[in-house]
Write a protein that binds this ligand. Sequence first.
Ligand code: PLP
Length: 346
Amino acid sequence: MRTLDELTRPNILRLKPYSSARDEYKGKQASVFLDANENPYNHPYNRYPDPLQTELKARLAEVKGVSPECIFLGNGSDEAIDLVYRAFCEPRVDNVVAIEPTYGMYEVCADMNGVDYRKVRLDDAYDFRADDMLRAADGRTKAMFLCSPNNPTGNSLRREEIETLLCRFDGLVIVDEAYIDFSSRPSLLGELAAYPRLIVLQTFSKAWGCAGIRLGMAFAAPDIIRIFNKIKYPYNVNLLTQREALDMLRRSAADVEQWVSILLAERGRVMDAFRALPCCREVFPTDANFFLARMTDADGIYAALVSQGIIVRNRSHVALCDGCLRVTIGTPEENDALLDALRKMD
Ligand SMILES: *Cc1c(COP(=O)(O)O)cnc(C)c1O
């Protein structure tokens, strides 16, 4: 078993992190702050935000049932994805293994960081086997990326296979749960203590309705979170985002549940309607707020919808998704607009 120090890039292990004014004086009782070259006017925007988002993490810890030291917050989940590479993957030396097809940012971040990205095709049911991932790995594989429910396929990956991988791979296993709030399956958050190399990603961008504030969460053992904190930009989550997220957590757990239940009901309705469309060949099972549908002429249908101001995602040129459109569930009115347009096409 490689230690976390052995998984970490040597320069990151040695790094002496930037120490901000807010790091060096953390107390709240002081009343005169002349340490950070801030402007004393224009409260509250004049002050730098809390670099470690203490209050927000404390609240999230309660909501998620994990300890605050197991939480990293970033400018979207995308920041945590990038930090995995920057912290653990030596450019042109190390590699990662990921399922395919999946969320595009894992590969983009690999490319930006000069890290070899190895793709393992999903099977006909869009599921994966731990064995296939392990076969693609070697001594320089630092991390494996899974996404469940997966984007763009929508399905959850088999839980036993995820846990097999967690048992047998001694690097990091990232499980992206951006869509977990729409799924009937439990999150892996409850298994954090059991798997010291597990990183679970979640986000405020989907079920929480906050894509605009850019707030992503990574949950992992405290030694992993400490490495992320060491290399992140000092003030990576701005004041407005921290406040809005706290407001959401205070008032909106009920809102989120209601949004999710409406969206799940609509998802069933829209998928049924798709199955009845002559231009639709196949609708794939989903655990997310979108579904994948194989169409008779995906490119043509996509263009015709665009000309009517209705935008879905054309995934027809993605591996294993030929002929497929990815449809996000909207409001009942938006979904009706899509269905009306498609019915008129046949
Ligand atoms: C939408 C999505 C995210 C969200 O990313 P943010 O940067 O948090 O907005 C993460 N992972 C997957 C698979 C997604 O589809």
